[in-house]
Design a protein around this ligand. Sequence first.
Ligand code: MLT
Length: 198
Amino acid sequence: MKYVMQLGQKDQPIFILLHGTGGNEESLLDVGKAINNRATLIGIRGNVLEDSYPRYFKRLEEGLYDEADLAERAVELHHFIQKIVMDVPGDNKDIVLIGYSNGANIGIRLLLDYPDNYRQAILFHPMYPVVVPEKNDLRKTKIFASMGTQDPIVSVINSQYVLSLFNERHAAVTEEWTISHQLTYDEVTAAKNWLDHL
Ligand code: MLT
């Protein structure tokens, strides 16, 4: 997988930056810096191309995921993250997943499937239209999620479904509501405040 790494201070967390459809490994570097300019930033490009737009997993149409591909890509991304994190110098290997849109959605899969590895996440405009029978305990997981009240891609019902997936598994979820699907300065600031006060 293609990635970019900008080393931060050794006592600071590692941000895994996961872009939206059509983005790349650099798309969220500025967002990561705005959240904590001393963190190590690792931006990873999604391995799937939809037309020429990078994503993290295939979809059959808007809002309908190829679940077999999602399952496979999540394992692949998890192994990749675990491997590159080993190259980061220092003892602090605390990972914060930071994803926007499609990047937040693969982030959800990592949080649900690997609760021992991923305990903090910032999910900007997530959506996860997938039935999840597993009931892993996410009691140690802390999530900031921002959602739009008039998001043309993610309905309020779909946003609430994401929140319910985490609430039912006992994660601590902080919600921020914006208007649309765009990533705004205000929600990045709200995410920074949330992480600063964890
Ligand atoms: C997805 O496919 O993950 C969502 O529809 C968000 C997006 O458009 O990337």
